[in-house]
Write a protein that binds this ligand. Structure first.
Ligand code: HEC
Length: 97
């Protein structure tokens, strides 16, 4: 009886240790957040030269519309290669839709 009581207590304690370890593992630490995407970096670097970013971030557009806007900005003087256009349009279409 006494031995099984001790075993029961140990089992409960072990359970608590496992649960708290899992809870800690599931909580992301503040320093390991998602890295800013390439698209976001491009937006900050290439799209704030002529006007504020709020002009961009206040828009809500579909992917096709964003592509047309980005191409329009390239005609105005923005510099982006084909890969950068894709990354930026993906980011804009997901974030500002
Ligand atoms: C070479 C300068 C320049 C750069 C770089 C630039 N823009 Fe623009 N953008 C403009 C001008 C000028 C306007 C205002 C156009 C107007 O008044 O009709 C504008 C307006 C806008 C607008 C408002 C809607 C519209 O079509 O007028 C959006 C959205 C926009 N830009 C997005 C962007 C994005 C996204 C980028 C980065 C790829 C970017 N811009 C980079 C010059 C630029």
């Amino acid at each position: 009886m006494r031995v099984s009581g001790v075993v029961a207590v140990l089992v409960v304690l072990l359970g608590l240790v496992i649960v708290s370890a899992c809870a800690r593992a599931a909580t992301p630490t503040p320093t390991s957040g998602p890295k800013p995407s390439e698209g976001e970096a491009l937006l900050r670097e290439r799209c704030a030269r002529c006007h504020g970013l709020s002009l961009v971030t206040s828009e809500r557009e579909s992917a096709d519309e964003w592509r047309a806007i980005v191409e329009d900005m390239i005609r105005k003087g923005a510099t982006l290669n084909a890969d950068e256009i894709d990354a930026l349009v993906d980011y804009l279409a997901q974030t500002y839709r």
